[in-house]
Design a protein around this ligand. Structure first.
Ligand SMILES: [Zn+2]
Length: 105
């Protein structure tokens, strides 16, 4: 795991350093286990921007009832159990009306 993190940081830094013919001295270093990755100023700035811009695919916003951050694929809140948002409400209403076909009964 440590190698993966260090390699990702090193590849990110090398990729950005490639855009700058005179990238300047390292201004920070990140230690991951035994490995140290030196980061120059443009890389530190870009790393912060990249981390702030990251959106997890599981992030479906906050529950409109309790504010919890854990909505499932059907927009049902894992904290309060209620469907969140118009889409969640539509799914819940549709599920409530659903009647299985006669051949399954
Ligand atoms: Zn909730």
């Amino acid at each position: 795991m440590e190698e993966q993190v260090a390699a990702a940081l090193r590849q990110f830094a090398e990729r950005l350093d490639g855009y700058d013919p005179a990238p300047g001295p390292p201004v920070a270093s990140v230690r991951v286990g035994e490995q140290v990755v030196a980061l120059r100023a443009p890389v530190v700035k870009a790393l912060g921007e990249a981390l702030r811009a990251y959106q997890d695919p599981r992030d479906r916003g906050a529950c409109e009832h309790c504010g919890g951050p854990r909505l499932d694929d059907n927009f049902v809140c894992a904290d309060c159990g209620r469907p969140s948002g118009v889409f969640g409400q539509l799914l819940a209403e549709r599920a409530a009306r659903y009647e299985p076909p006669a051949e399954l009964a």
